[in-house]
Design a protein around this ligand. Structure first.
Ligand code: NAP
Length: 313
């Protein structure tokens, strides 16, 4: 328990302010906690703990020391609306990584054990035996080997899957074949049965999952998108599925969320939509990282998980 008295501004339409207030109370004996629309003395706000920037912006917080994103990704935060020279961090904690790994395993096993086909057969009362295989017969390619992608790669490897990975800079991961660059990307997507996207959304990765890349996928492969909706050119994915190039897709994210009623992804027999649930942070554990950053910001120290705004992640 710290004696600091930080003033924390909170804004999120998906995270519970009450849960976060309670979690922060386990770390700070005294602190102020303001939710958007209810901020007295904006000049006293030290920290913005946010999912998105509120309509009124953050400029009124003239003494702000740090902006802490409530998400591991920061694409929901408009960088151009951040106050100048105030550091931005993202939030990755073990509970989030665990949750991403669980989701990836569930989605991979569904394809590996052909449940997606049995679901379809079930609708037609069709008892058709498809011989199962062991995990060593299925290969998985992971786009993005950061804090989350690396954990997913290692855990799938441990399950016995063959795992390939792709990142911007070279990586060494036990038992995982790793690649970089455009040719490395082609090697990964052409060489696996299942592609999992866990990239951050940047100028370089926006619309990376497009017609051009789908052409390089192995025939009949499956896609799992756990990154951001804007990584995918949605019309190109539908074309690739309808042409049989891609057998099926699991999409946790969409370019417009919630996915609008009437969107062609809904009710598509080869697409499973989940409502952005792959990675959930539990405030009771994530607060440790947040509190560490609050202490560092108050002390003027380098923050953990600080975003490189030039690089975009
Ligand atoms: N669906 C959900 O619920 C959910 C939850 C949490 C996070 N996410 C998504 O997951 C993303 C990744 O999170 P993280 O914590 O693992 O991020 P991270 O630690 O920043 O890692 C990002 C990875 O992507 C690679 N990368 C970035 N730009 C690239 C490029 N142009 N070409 C090739 N590789 C590139 C990086 O390469 P280097 O290693 O060489 O830098 C790194 O391996 C988040 O940004 C967010 O979009 C989704």
């Amino acid at each position: 328990m710290t004696q600091l008295e930080p003033h924390i501004f909170f804004n999120s339409n998906i995270d519970s302010p009450d849960d976060w207030r309670k979690a922060l109370a386990t770390q700070f004996a005294n602190f102020s906690f303001s939710v958007d629309g209810d901020v007295s003395r904006p000049e006293s706000v030290d920290i913005a703990l946010i999912w998105t920037i509120p309509d009124g912006g953050l400029e009124r917080f003239t003494n702000l020391r740090a902006v802490l994103s409530l998400g591991a990704g920061i694409s929901q935060i408009e960088i151009g609306r951040l106050p100048k020279n105030v550091p931005l961090t993202r939030l990755v904690d073990p509970s989030l990584a665990r949750s991403m790994v669980d989701y990836a395993k569930a989605a991979v096993y569904r394809y590996h054990r052909r449940f997606h086909i049995f679901e379809r057969q079930g609708r037609d009362s069709n008892w058709k035996f498809i011989p199962p295989t062991f995990t060593s017969a299925t290969s998985v390619g992971i786009l993005g080997l950061g804090v989350l992608g690396r954990e997913v790669a290692l855990q799938l490897r441990q399950e016995g899957f063959k795992v390939l990975g792709w990142s911007r800079t070279p990586k060494q991961l036990d038992g995982v074949e790793t690649y970089t660059g455009r040719s490395g990307l082609a090697t990964v997507v052409a060489g696996v049965n299942i592609v999992i996207n866990i990239l951050p959304l940047t100028d370089e990765t926006r619309h990376i999952l497009s017609r051009e890349l789908f052409r390089q996928f192995a025939d009949g492969s499956c896609l799992i998108n756990m990154g951001r909706g804007a990584h995918v050119v949605e019309a190109d994915l539908l074309d690739a599925i309808d042409a049989g190039k891609i057998e099926a897709a699991t999409l946790d994210v969409a370019s417009v969320e919630p996915l609008p009623r009437g969107h062609r992804f809904w009710n598509h027999p080869s697409i499973l939509i989940t409502p952005h649930v792959a990675g959930i942070s539990d405030p009771t554990t994530a607060v440790l990282t947040v509190a560490a950053n609050i202490r560092k910001a108050m002390a003027g120290e380098q923050l953990l998980q600080q975003v490189d705004l030039q690089r975009g992640y």
